[in-house]
Design a protein around this ligand. Structure first.
Ligand code: LRH
Ligand code: MN
Ligand code: MN
Length: 386
């Protein structure tokens, strides 16, 4: 049984799905189009609403601009609200225009930097119209060769640009700065790791925090350690959850290494990140190259829920006492016992209490939604990045 406290946390948990995961995606070798993929941002909202209807814990959708550009964002917000969906993080895109060849806010050319900053400022405005409280900034900026540009000057340019954006945000909006070790650049990325993001956030302002995309680290990086340290500093803004076997694979969260996801949730809970007002955004950032997106999203949301439920089962009193006694085997057993518990029946019961089907994937199959969208939308859906 879950404790009353654990059940409360699970009921209150919110997992945000990304608009781009509902579109077609693939690799640079091939995008295999799928049937039933959304043709418009509105249809992405329809799919997100289905995921929320069946899981009960995914009530918001992150947008990527300009991929999700519409003439009237206030109207899109109303369209979403009518379907029980809020518009979540706004992800500006400063990596796909020809001008960004040598970077966006880090570019040596001040005109290019201005263009990038203006886009970020426009995204703040869009966020005001959509009711979004998070601006998720990922910079593709970097260099490919030693000496290509001045590393420290580029850091200064980030601080200058993002301070301007930060100061233009309404008081209740946060700027989350995402880091990525490599790609698209292969000598330096300008924000390659949590240390750089953290150092920038300290200079940018109080409402700047670090965004951890689980696929953006060197193999073997201890992500939960990063989580613990950032939470302690009050600078863990949130996650882009996904799974990776090699690099930025963007596979379904919890697929490749459910134990890592559990360890991350254990640290988030330990640091108070899931308490009311804890401020840690649990967002997914995935691509579905082969599998249909809606059931894959449902599965992903369930994977995060399962990892959370297991982390909530950790007997923290027993853990603290084993740690105080220096009994590392007992301490480790407390953690692994929780991980090895099958929480699926408990979560099924909780969903029933919340008026949902205990098995959202089965409910999706029974709903006929997939057949309906395939018939209605055919193969002409939107692609990732367009
Ligand atoms: C970069 C990234 C970033 C982008 C998204 C599409 O690899 O993780 O979050 O916005 O992919
Ligand atoms: Mn990401
Ligand atoms: Mn990524």
């Amino acid at each position: 049984m879950f404790s009353a406290q654990a059940a409360r946390v699970l009921r209150a948990q919110r997992i945000e799905t990304p608009s781009w995961a509902y579109g077609n995606s693939g690799t640079r070798f091939k995008v295999f189009p799928r049937e039933g993929v959304p043709r418009t941002p509105q249809e992405k909202i329809d799919d997100a609403a289905k995921v929320h209807e069946l899981t009960g814990v995914a009530p918001s959708l992150a947008l990527h601009i300009p991929w999700d550009r519409v003439p009237d964002f206030a109207e899109l917000r109303r369209y979403a609200a009518d379907r029980g969906i809020a518009l979540g993080a706004i992800n500006p895109n400063v990596f796909q225009d020809d001008e960004y060849r040598y970077g966006s806010v880090c570019a040596p050319d001040p005109g290019v930097r201005r263009k990038a900053i203006d886009h970020l400022l426009e995204c703040v405005e869009i966020g005001v119209a959509t009711g979004s409280k998070v601006l998720s900034v990922w910079l593709a900026d970097g260099t490919n060769y030693a000496g290509q540009d001045d590393i420290r000057a580029r850091q200064d340019r980030i601080t200058e640009a993002l301070t301007e954006v930060h100061d233009a945000m309404p008081r209740d909006m946060r700027l989350l700065l995402e880091y990525k070790l490599f790609e698209p650049h292969f000598y330096t990325m300008d924000v390659p790791d949590w240390g750089t993001s953290f150092a920038q956030c300290l200079r940018i302002g109080e409402r700047a925090q670090v965004l951890v995309d689980t696929g953006h680290h060197a193999p073997g990086t201890n992500i939960e350690f990063i989580v613990a340290v950032l939470l302690r500093e009050g600078r863990l803004g949130g996650f882009h959850f996904n799974s990776r076997n090699y690099a930025d694979d963007d596979l379904m969260v919890g697929a490749a290494d459910p134990f890592q996801l559990f360890r991350i949730m254990h640290e988030i809970i330990g640091g108070g990140g899931l308490e009311p007002g804890g401020g840690v955004e649990l967002m997914l950032d995935q691509c579905h190259n082969l599998e249909p997106s809606v059931p894959a999203m449902i599965r992903s949301v369930m994977n995060v829920q399962e990892a959370t439920a297991k982390a909530l089962l950790v007997d923290r009193a027993a853990l603290a006492s084993a740690q105080a006694d220096g009994d590392l085997l007992a301490a480790n057993a407390v953690v692994t016992d929780a991980f090895n518990t099958d929480v699926r029946p408990l979560l099924g019961a909780l969903r029933e209490e919340m008026g949902r089907h205990p098995d959202p994937v089965a409910a999706y199959r029974e709903s006929g939604y997939q057949q309906r969208i395939e018939a209605e939308r055919g193969q002409g859906g939107m692609s990732w990045g367009a």
